[in-house]
Design a protein around this ligand. Structure first.
Ligand SMILES: *Cc1c(COP(=O)(O)O)cnc(C)c1O
Length: 391
């Protein structure tokens, strides 16, 4: 390594490592965090209250509560609905494993439905066939930020009297038919993990229809505790430890006003990805691009489909070669039903072929607001060179 640094040609060619993603946190937010640290109150307190109020305003006044992850918000929504052993919950196999782990966590059974190859989201044409007398909820996922068709989703859910927990972890700032995701619908869950479009380091929020459900969520958030008066405390149900800290909330408060700016920047970079990939005739190489949606999605991720068996190297080698030239990439996601835990519960290869194909061949490319057009050029050039040498 040291040798390559001193090599004159290497130093000219050496570009900083381009990560898959990185958060953009401004100085005002950093100063705000320092203030919180010095304030004497660092766990859940006034910053969390302010963050929740600002999130609620963002979602048109709906009740919102903040938590220490996106995952726990979905678990809490399931608990509020009383979903447990003997119940089924429909979801997609192509998502972060949290989406279905929470279903197992409450003792219910996930029922996977294959994806639509265009949107890469749950195939709405196949949902009804998966509904049984045990189906209590659907957890759709807006993969890469592209919203599931909410009209069709709620038409089915309402007609079959099934609740919806939207896993909108990736779609903060996305919209459907001009309405912000989170501003309508049933439960809507967001994550503020550092890879998401806005962050609170770790964290998440849940949007509710009623203040009563939000109050219940407060109990599940902290040991089931209900406080009254100056000294009253009671516990009626088992709760967890899911509260957000004020330090984290202050990061979120600094991020929230930036969401539109961040998402505009992402969309510009994605437009450039599309432009360069079409100039490079990506289609001839067998590279599949995502739906070119510039009205609804927040472009949480830019994922290309590799040519699979038409290519003489594996995805893992493509990623290795990208790393060699200083470019990060990622896999979102290996399909859930083929993890050991899920296989042991009865799922097997071939159960959801469209998702399995996507799980094997999707590659996530770098995309984040502080990336430049030159970075996009570098990624496209490198990927096209790697793929065309092995086709
Ligand atoms: C990030 C993510 C989650 C979980 O969020 P955490 O905040 O990490 O718990 C759930 N579902 C999807 C689709 C995600 O991308």
């Amino acid at each position: 390594m040291a040798a390559s640094v001193t090599h004159p040609q290497a130093s000219v060619a050496a570009l900083a490592f381009l990560p898959l993603t990185r958060p953009t946190i401004d100085e005002e937010t950093i100063a705000g965090v320092v203030q919180v640290l010095r304030s004497g109150w660092i766990t859940s307190g006034p910053q969390v209250k302010e963050f929740e109020a600002k999130l609620s305003a963002y979602f048109g006044g709906r009740p919102v509560r903040a938590f220490n992850s996106g995952t726990c918000t979905m678990e809490i929504a399931l608990r509020i609905l009383g979903i447990g052993p003997g119940d089924e919950v429909i979801t997609t196999p192509l998502t972060w494993v949290a989406t279905s782990n929470v279903i197992l966590e409450v003792g219910a059974r996930p029922v996977f439905v294959d994806i639509d190859p265009q949107t890469r989201n749950i195939d709405l044409n196949k949902i009804e066939a998966a509904i049984t007398s045990k189906t209590r909820a659907i957890i759709p996922v807006d993969l890469a930020g592209l919203p599931v068709d909410r009209d069709r989703l709620y038409e089915i859910a309402n007609r079959r009297k099934i609740r919806v927990i939207e896993d909108a972890a990736q779609s903060f700032g996305s919209s459907f038919k001009g309405k912000k995701i989170g501003s309508f619908g049933d439960f809507v869950s967001f994550s503020f993990h550092p890879n998401k479009n806005i962050t609170s380091i770790e964290g998440g929020c849940l949007v509710f229809n009623t203040e009563a459900e939000a109050k219940l969520a407060e109990q599940y958030r902290l040991q089931g505790v209900i406080r009254t008066g100056n000294d009253g405390m009671d516990v009626e149900r088992v709760g967890g430890k899911f509260n957000l800290t004020d330090v984290a909330a202050r990061v979120g408060i600094g991020q929230l006003p930036k969401i539109d700016e961040f998402n505009v920047k992402r969309a510009e970079l994605v437009k450039y990805y599309f432009e360069l990939f079409s100039q490079q005739e990506a289609k001839k190489l067998g590279l599949g691009l995502p739906l070119a949606n510039f009205t609804d999605t927040n472009w949480h991720m830019f994922q290309v489909m590799l040519p699979g068996t038409h290519m003489s190297i594996k995805r893992s080698d493509v990623m290795g070669k990208l790393t060699e030239v200083g470019i990060g990439s990622g896999v979102h996601y290996p399909v859930i039903h083929l993890f050991s835990l899920y296989r042991s519960l009865g799922w097997k290869e071939g159960d959801f072929p469209v998702a399995e194909n996507a799980g094997r061949n999707l590659l996530t490319l770098p995309l984040f607001p502080s990336m430049t057009r030159a970075d996009v050029e570098r990624v496209v050039k490198a990927l096209v060179a790697i793929v065309s040498a092995h086709i």
